[in-house]
Design a protein around this ligand. Structure first.
Ligand SMILES: [Zn+2]
Length: 251
């Protein structure tokens, strides 16, 4: 046993020595790199090396303008901008959507139907009055389940935005469900409609606005039915990077 312990002790010593050596090597390399970088600054940059960096910057700037009104962030901390006026196009039923989002939405629904699916818009533009009514109904539902008013309001806000902070008030959002399943719950994600929309919506300029893993950032629970128009370029980038709108705008 004693010999074994000594042996283990020696192995541990050797590991420590190797670790220290590796650390020293790393520090040395970093030092060397830093000195080289410092030295390079004084030298004029080779033209060929500088050019691609410059052109990359220009492309990035041209790709998305994060101040585009289509990227307006509306959430619990960012209320609808004062004086926001939605320019709307009427849809079936009582629904309407922002004029800029309309062509994309129309084409998305047409293509989904052509693929044999049954998408149905169940919510779109909301006035402040409508948002207030929906929010109050949700608060009442929680109160009926025994919640105190304050707690009921807190819980309700996870599912129905506090009036003035709903994306539906921008006119850029639509809730889309399957005709065969109109329940606004997790079961939506299993419908053929949602599977298709989640995979394809970015091609039409839409994003799934409240993904399952972003609740702590968006402040809204997982909603596999709420789509937001942001324009084709931004939608593509958001989809490819698997980020939510809040994260995308912070970049
Ligand atoms: Zn919604």
């Amino acid at each position: 046993m004693g010999r074994k312990k000594r042996k283990r002790g020696r192995i541990r010593d050797r590991t420590v020595i190797i670790g220290l050596a590796a650390l020293a090597l790393l520090i040395g390399m970093l030092y060397f790199r830093n000195t080289r970088q410092t030295a390079d600054v004084s030298k004029p940059a080779p033209i060929q090396a500088a050019a691609p960096i410059e052109s990359k910057k220009q492309t990035q700037g041209a790709r998305t303008n994060k101040k585009d009104p289509l990227l307006t962030l509306v959430n619990g901390k960012n209320p609808l901008p004062k004086g926001w006026k939605a320019d709307l196009v009427p849809l079936e039923g009582e629904h309407s959507i922002d004029r800029r989002a309309y062509p994309g939405l129309k084409k998305m629904l047409e293509d989904a139907r052509a693929a044999g699916l049954d998408p149905l818009i169940c919510s779109s533009y909301r006035t402040n009055e409508l948002q207030t009514r929906l929010f109050n109904e949700q608060v009442k539902a929680y109160q009926n389940r025994g919640y105190e008013k304050e707690a009921a309001e807190r819980e309700a806000a996870v599912w129905v935005a506090v009036p003035g902070t709903s994306e539906h008030q921008t006119g850029l959002a639509a809730d889309i469900v399957s005709v065969s399943n109109q329940n606004l719950n997790h079961s939506q994600e299993n419908t053929a409609v949602q599977k298709w929309l989640m995979k394809n919506c970015w091609k039409y300029g839409f994003i799934l606005r409240y993904p399952s893993d972003k609740n702590s950032i968006t402040g809204i629970g997982y909603e596999p039915w709420h789509y937001r128009y942001v324009g084709k370029q931004a939608a593509k980038e958001i989809y490819e990077q698997s980020v939510c709108l809040e994260e995308y705008l912070r970049q």
